[in-house]
Each structure stands twice: as C-alpha cells, then as structure tokens.
Design a protein. Structure first.
Length: 586
C-alpha cells in the first residue's frame, strides 16, 4: 500500500514491454507464488537415485559423489551415508541445516579434501533463512580415511549441501503462521521446505519449532512447547491431513486452542492437496475444538486483515474519493466534502480514519472518512518533510519525518501523544520510502546511502532494509530491532523508485534499468532465493506502485500519463481523470 507525491492520473494509456516474457509479477518468494500455495507431489521432478561409492574411487571422487548424492529425489540421504565411515554414518545429522550454494568449485586434496562454495547461504532446521555463509565457512573441508581399503569421509558437515537450482526445483517457499502478542492477528514467517509427499510434514514440523530466537515479543506460538509429530503428516485421497500431535494439550484454554488450530489451518492450507485437517494431541481434540479443522478456519486472524477494505482511495480536487480506479466518488466524511490541503494521506485498514499531510508535509490531520459531522484533529505539527502516513491493524499510525539530520520515526497510538521511536539502521538515515506490515511486525524502509571509499564519496545507492517490531501483550511498543539489509541480484544496488506490499511477506520493488523500469518481488526474510523469481519490465515513465498485502487485489504501476494493472494478459487502461496519490488502505 503505497501513497505517492502528487501522482496525476489522466486519461491516456501507457505502453508496456514484457522483456521477461509476460507482465505478471511473482507474488512471493523464491519458488512458488506469494499466495503461499505449496506444491503437490506430482510437481516434483521424479526420480533420481544416485549411485553409491564404487570400488577404487579416489578421495576427491568420494567427496564429489557424496555432494551429488545429497541431491537424491525424492529427498533422502541413505545413499549419501554410504560415502561416510561407519562412525560418521551414525553421527551425521543433515537435518540440522541446509547449505544452499550458487556454484561449487573444484574438489581438491586427498587426506583432507576441500571444495569452495560461492553465493552460499543457510536454511536452519525449520527452513528459515539464516543468512549468507561467512567467507571463512564457504570452503568445506572433509577429513578422509580408509575403511576396508576404500576412501570414506570421516567428518561431514551436519547439513544437507545442495545447489540453488536444485532447491528451486524441489523446495517451496511458503509461510508458517504464528500470532501477534495481543492474539488478534496471524504473523507469517517465510520458510523453504521440501515439496511433494513431505510437504505437509515439513510445514508442520517447522510450525512446531516456534518463531525462533529473538522473536518472542514479535509473535507467539499457541501450540504448546514440546509438541511433536510422528513420522509424518499423511494426506489421504480425500485430502484429509492427519496431524496427530504428541504432547499434553489439556492445559490449553478454548481460546488458545482456537488460535493453535488457526495456525495449523493457515499453515497447511498452502498444500493444494489438503482439503481438511484432523488435529489431535495424544489422540484427543484440542480443548473446546472439534478434531476436524476446516482449512478456512481462522479467517478472522487473516494477516492481510480480513476486515480491511479492498477499495482504492485517491484525491480529486483536494477531496478524498474512493472506489474502483475508473469510478471513484467522494467519501462521506469531512475530507470528502472539503479540501483540507492534503498532499499525501493514509487510510486505516477498515477505512474509517484518514491521516492527511498538510502545510507542505509538515503536519498531520486525522479524522473520519464516513461521519459527515466529524472533524479533523491535528496530531503532529512542525515536521520537516513527512513521508506518507502508514497504519497497521491496531490503528497505530506510523510517521517518518525526513529532517536535515536524517529520518525521525514517530508512532501515534489512539488518542495518545506522538512517540519518537528509535529504529536502528533507519533513524538518522536518508529514508526514501517506508512500509509497515498490517500485522505490525515488520517495518520496511528504502535507505539512500553515499558510501565513502578511500576518502571519496561514491555514487549514491539505495538499500531495502527490514526491521522487526516488538510489542507486549497489550500491543504497546517495546522496541524495534536493528534493520537488516535485504539482498539484490548480483550484488547490484539499484535506485529504487518505489515499494509496495504484494503479500504479507513480499514487496514489489520498482526500479529503473537503462531505458525501462522493472518490478520485482522481494521476500521480507532477505533470502536470496527470492531473487531468482521473474520480474516485469515496463516502458514508460512509471514512477509509483499501488499495492496491497492482499494478493487478491490488483497491483498497479502508475505514471503521470496513466496506470497499468500488473497481471498477466492485461492491457493498459485509462484512468479516472484528475486523481492524485492513489492508494489502498494501510
């Protein structure tokens, strides 16, 4: 949901050139679309069972074939274990993590064999992106010994080590779902897990592992600690997934059980083979719940906010209007009847409140969109240059002021006074754009930097950074964690024109490439796998994106000459004349 400076949409059309083959924008992460759909077993390439070690193979052959054996399909490590010593076979734990690499160097050595990996990163045991592999760990080293006259590996790394091309084919990038600290909305966390028959099992195990270190005040897991599953989560021919948890759930309240069931339903609904779920703990239904769970359960906790409006909003002649982009009418509240001098604005998720920038983006007025008798209240004044206001599901209003000394982030909660918020890596920086996720757990920013190398200032570049936001169980802000830079293809740092939500865990990025502009989806966990997704290429003076985390609503690219809906096989459309600052709620 992005609001932009004085974007005038007039009635002409705009040409589009799809250099990438189509104008559809990927809606999610590295492998699947951002709707979070998984992959059924028949979508997985089948089958590849590598050979085990052959008599007389050299030490380098053993290591090379060991790495190849980890690419077995369906995923299994029985053959890979044959390249290890008897002791190593007993202790090797490839489920600890997955190391994904771009390219593999030449295998060298004899009693100590090494191989260098490039563009490598880690997925932890849950499938969560754990960052790039440090340079000092990017060369794998294997101690070799002989058993029965044949070379074997004595100390394999406790990881599945596979190329990116293989994970693109055999893993799905989806979400597991937790709950915000106030237990009002789901918080998705991106994971990459194996496709096929293992998909539901891998998703459930990842969910049971919890949100991970450092996220205790960002989200909560209502599945009791210590819960586990058996060998698998089987899915029968009717699409019934049997989630038979092991562990005591008798201490759960009915409300906690409802939230736990919603977590399971939202997580497993990404498997298109699943139509319903049987959820039990030690053979019993969760307290206050039926053992049969619908995959639609928990719609009231939708991370895109089920109650949010899907309408578009804009300014026409200074007045707030709403509706379809080609048919907008004034809202009933005061901003729809009079010109309050808004230059930018943001509408809360249920479209009952608007926050508008006035006086050259130095002050903020907030008022009703629907009450003709309502009034607008000034909640902030004396700013330097405010970015468009942003709302989350709890009607927390986020404001970013670009001062001469850098960005100042302010939070307005209800009728409370504006509160200055320290966002490490964002506060004090040259911030160009800001988004806040509807669940309130993520703050994404575009920061412009001018790096100095050898005492000289190099060309400015933009970085897309993500921060996690911590709250207490009443929704009071605790802190914002330091921003983490999200990577870009081939190490480039483009000049970013705009960003907009595409799903709850991905954003669309608009950036110039020579004489055209491109739109690319980036996943908020920073996984470089997302960068392999296709992009849309457009011709024309496109400057802004208009998007929402609800993947069911259109994503638009807009210019002073018109707009286009970024979906496959769409043709350019003319716009309602005279619209400015087009946006969705949020």
């Amino acid at each position: 949901m992005t609001r932009r400076r004085r974007l005038l949409l007039v009635g002409t059309t705009v040409a589009v050139l799809a250099l990438s083959g189509c104008v559809s924008l990927p809606e999610s992460g590295p492998v699947v679309d951002a709707g979070g759909d998984g992959s059924s077993s028949d979508e997985v390439a089948c089958c590849y069972l590598p050979n085990g070690p052959q008599p007389g193979e050299s030490a380098t052959d053993i290591v090379q074939h060991f790495l190849e054996a980890m690419q077995a399909t369906p995923i299994q490590t029985n053959v890979a274990k044959q390249f290890l010593t008897e002791a190593a076979r007993a202790s090797w734990d490839p489920e600890q993590e997955t190391i994904v690499y771009g390219e593999r160097g030449t295998v060298r050595g004899e009693t100590r064999v090494s191989v260098a990996l490039t563009d490598a990163h880690r997925l932890d045991s849950r499938g969560v992106f754990a960052g790039p592999l440090p340079p000092e760990e990017s060369t794998l080293s294997f101690r070799m010994t002989t058993e029965d006259g044949e070379w074997r590996i004595a100390d394999p790394v406790d990881a599945l080590v596979v190329p990116q091309t293989w994970t693109d084919e055999h893993f799905s990038s989806v979400n597991v779902y937790y709950v915000d600290p106030t237990a009002r909305i789901l918080v998705p966390e991106p994971v990459s897990v194996p496709r096929g028959d293992q998909f539901a099992t891998a998703l459930t195990r990842s969910l049971l592992s919890g949100p991970g270190p450092g996220l205790g005040d960002v989200s909560r897991n209502f599945l009791p600690p210590g819960m586990s599953i058996g060998l698998s989560v089987p899915v029968d021919e009717q699409g019934l997934a049997d989630v038979a948890l092991r562990g005591d759930a008798s201490g759960m309240s009915a409300e906690e059980a409802e939230l736990a069931a919603a977590q399971v339903a939202w997580t497993l609904r990404q498997d298109p083979t699943i139509r319903s779920i049987r959820l039990t703990a030690d053979g019993q239904a969760l307290p206050g719940q039926s053992s049969l769970v619908r995959i639609e359960q928990g719609v009231q906790y939708d991370p895109a906010d089920f109650a949010s409006s899907t309408a578009l909003f804009a300014l026409r002649d200074g007045r707030l209007v709403s509706g379809r982009v080609d048919a907008m009418s004034p809202v009933d509240g005061p901003p729809g009847q009079d010109d309050y001098g808004f230059t930018e604005f943001g509408v809360n998720l249920d479209s009952t409140l608007v926050a508008g920038l006035t006086e050259g983006a130095t002050s903020v007025l907030v008022g009703s969109t629907y009450d003709p008798e309502g009034s607008l209240e000034q909640v902030l004044s004396g700013a330097t240059s405010l970015l468009p206001p942003v709302w989350d599901f709890a009607d927390r209003l986020w404001l970013v002021d670009r001062t001469p000394t850098g960005a100042r982030v302010t939070l307005v909660e209800g009728t409370g006074k504006p509160r200055l918020v320290d966002v490490p890596g964002v506060s004090g920086e040259r911030v160009r754009h800001v988004l806040v996720s509807r669940d309130g757990s993520r703050l994404l920013s575009v920061v412009r930097r001018s790096p100095r190398v050898g005492g000289e200032t190099r060309r400015t570049r933009d970085e897309l950074v993500a921060s996690r936001v911590q709250y207490d169980d009443r929704g009071n802000l605790i802190a914002v964690q330091p921003a983490q830079r999200l990577p870009w293809p081939t190490g480039e740092r483009p000049r970013i024109k705009d960003i907009a939500w595409r799903t709850p865990t991905s954003v669309a990025v608009l950036y110039p490439v020579r004489n055209v502009v491109q739109v690319r989806a980036i996943v908020v966990d920073g996984s470089p796998a997302s960068l392999s997704a296709a992009s849309s290429t457009l011709t024309g003076d496109f400057r802004y994106l208009v998007g929402s985390p609800d993947p069911a609503v259109p994503l638009y690219a807009a210019s002073p000459e018109g707009y286009i809906e970024l979906s496959q096989n769409r043709t350019p459309e003319s716009s309602d004349v005279g619209l400015a600052t087009l946006t969705y709620t949020g």
